[in-house]
Design a protein around this ligand. Structure first.
Ligand code: F6P
Length: 362
């Protein structure tokens, strides 16, 4: 009997932990059943171009701790709406059947997709077309509602927290106000957790539109206490009450084309009229996704990889592995999409931060 063939791909923005999932999945599958694994390069683009590498004990050795992805990633290539050249012009087409034919040709039995909501939407759509799909929840933003925590989030929080420590010393030395922009799209999880851990004075998140006068008030309160510097952490997708989020860039061939960016610079400029301090802004950007994976994310990713192998062994396709109440579980891909998880403005963590005296600009 032919070996089971498992294909893996990593889609969307990279996140620390992708390699640990690949490592664990490869090892668990090889140990659990007679199988062969391949990895498509650059996410769904590799599936379209049939561009893959073998995943073996040897090709995956030593990658557990490393950030990034040995399979490379792309957050542009939606095969259900794919940009191709036809008769000299670029047109968007549904090329999913072509991709399925590629998998058939290679004898792929199972497709394991590591991604956030854009990548998992396509995973669901391939499952609807009869492909045996397993999803694994990735994103530093932690905004997937169907799992308690995505891998990559803890690493990003650690990176931001460390950088807030660095920004503290220089900000205090100059008696400045520093506005630090962090990732997260429309979810404030990174700002909230790193803001608390990194002793921010003000945390601005998309879920709580801010009032500039409240931000000014907090800075002045600190001045009155002899704390002549202020650290503001702001999520890229945050907005002023009655205002709009600041879009930095549109990536047209991406399933979710909006890239937020620029809110920290806007706040810094808006504040200038109202406070005497020098104000600086700093966008941490892709530093938040780089470097080695945190210990927590390594363990979480290993658990996800092993749980995905278990679902394959049990033939439970069309599901995404998830973390529920500290246990590994799984949920139908049908219920994953659209179930975005945002910070509850009245939730325990926001209230705890407020009890510390942190302002949310509300
Ligand atoms: O979804 C993860 C994320 O890092 C967001 O926080 C951020 O807005 C976006 O990806 C950035 O994407 P890109 O890699 O296209 O700049």
């Amino acid at each position: 009997m032919a070996k089971t063939k498992i294909a893996v791909l990593t889609g969307g923005g990279d996140a620390p932990g992708l390699n640990a999932v690949i490592y664990a999945l490869t090892r668990a599958c090889i140990r659990k059943f007679d199988c062969e694994l391949i990895g498509y390069k650059f996410g769904y683009r590799g599936l379209y171009h049939n561009d893959f590498v073998p995943l073996t004990m040897e090709t995956t050795t030593g990658i557990l701790h490393k950030g990034g992805t040995i399979l490379y990633s792309s957050n542009k290539d939606n095969l259900f709406d794919y940009l191709i050249e036809e008769n000299g012009v670029m047109v968007k087409k549904d090329v999913s059947d072509f991709a399925i034919a590629n998998m058939k040709k290679e004898g792929v039995d199972v497709l394991v997709v590591l991604g956030g909501d854009g990548t998992l939407t396509s995973a669901r759509d391939f499952a609807r077309k009869g492909v045996n799909v397993i999803g694994v929840p990735k994103t530093i933003d932690n905004d997937l509602g169907s799992t308690d925590q995505t891998f990559g989030f803890d690493s990003a929080v650690n990176i931001v927290t460390e950088n807030l420590g660095r920004l503290h010393t220089t900000t205090e030395s100059h008696h400045r106000v520093m506005v630090v922009e962090v990732m997260g799209r429309s979810a404030g999880w990174i700002a909230l957790q790193s803001g608390i851990a990194g002793s921010a004075d003000i945390i601005l998140i998309p879920e709580i539109p801010y009032n500039l006068d409240k931000v000014v008030k907090k800075i002045k309160q600190r001045d009155a206490r002899g704390k002549y510097f202020t650290i503001i952490v702001v999520t890229e997708g945050a907005k002023e009450a009655g205002g709009e989020a600041v879009v930095g860039k549109m990536v047209q061939d991406s399933p979710d084309p909006i890239r937020y960016g620029g809110i920290a610079a806007k706040i810094a400029s808006d504040l200038e009229k109202y406070v005497e301090h020098e104000i600086r802004s700093c966008a941490l950007g892709h530093i938040q996704r780089g470097g080695d994976t945190s210990a927590f994310d390594r363990v979480l990713s290993v658990r996800y990889g092993v749980a995905a192998a278990k679902l394959i062994a049990e033939g439970k396709f069309g599901n995404m592995v998830c973390l529920k109440d500290s246990q590994m579980s799984y949920v139908s891909l049908e219920n994953v999409i659209g179930a975005n998880k945002q910070v509850d403005p009245n939730g325990e963590l926001v209230l705890a931060a407020k009890d510390l005296g942190i302002s949310f600009g509300d």
